[in-house]
Write a protein that binds this ligand. Sequence first.
Ligand code: PMP
Length: 408
Amino acid sequence: TAPFDVDRVRADFPILTREVHGKPLVYLDNAATTQKPRAVLDRLARYYSHENANVHRGVHFLSADGTEHYEEARRSVQRFVGAEHAREVVFTRGTTESINLVAHGFARGGFLASGDEILVSALEHHANVVPWQMAAEVTGATLRVIPMTDRGDLDLTDLDSLINERTRIVAVTHTSNALGTVTPLAKIIAAARAMDVPVLVDGAQATPHAAVDVQALGADFFVFSSHKTYGPTGIGVLWGREAWLDKLPPYQGGGDMIENVTFEKTTYTGLPGKFEAGTPHVAGGIGLGAAVEYLMDLGMENVAAHEADLVSYAEAQLGAVEGLTFVGTPEARASAISFLLDGIHPYDAGTVLDRLGIAVRTGQHCAQPVMDRLGVPGTVRASFGLYNTRAEVDVLIDGLSRVRTLFG
Ligand code: PMP
């Protein structure tokens, strides 16, 4: 891979040249969704212009060709996350659906019962809380929580009692979308494995920022969203160890996921088809394939190094802004920085920044328990992607002084 050249990379993203309210767009809401490189946009156009057909069905040329491209995309994702087999890569609608699929499978498959425990962490996005609460509700299992410190790190002091003989699954995020905390996954996974407890990792904020190797990670499930990883919306990934995916019941029933159907009994096809009922998001899968190929060409180590520089620069610059308080000062951080300005509502700050062309997120970031734990109603969050620059951080800093003059 060539050395990382952010100007060259920016030229790959057509949207970055547009203006918002007459100002150059400074896009710092990458934790919500990332922009798409031309490689993805062109791939989608080519698919719909030249290749569109339903997959896994027809004998005709386009259907067979489309199937080949769709399955090739699955192999790209396999390489991107380091999976042993392509059939361990299940296409879903996104992180949310991937987690629901596993939680539903645990509940319906008899892997959860009254008295059992599900362990999540205090840093989870609602998507890694609510599906487990729903599974607990129908099975009588209990949800337990790894607590967090005031700095926004997970507190592993009681991990050995939190993971016990009643624990059936540990579901924990790789990186917090609200605070940017990178969690101590190695320790958590080692503790879970020692007790033979499976682990699901929410990788929604991992795959855009760092190289992932699911085999080295040692988890049993790893999930992420295409749209946060420079790919199209409406598609995402569930990686699961084959042994687990074999054991879990299907999530939805329909075409494409069956082997034999009679009104008396239906048998299901093997992996990954068992979890992909109905016509899949073919274009999405192919677009995601293009996105991860683009990222692998750039080199995720290069992306991570560029963003690490950007985040430490942003932390230093933001730290010097008068009246600014960080919400969360985690030991290890990726991409997202949350903060408050003294006496200024996050929404007001976000609105002024928007007028200056700067896109940040304000509010609870779908992580209400994190906000409650830290005693804040919400935050302003700047979250970085591979195309952001130090100059854009400077624009944000100028924007914040404008906010302070208006409201301070
Ligand atoms: N988990 C984390 C850590 C996230 O950041 C998000 C998206 N903000 C989700 C889960 C849910 O992802 P999606 O909405 O793409 O399903």
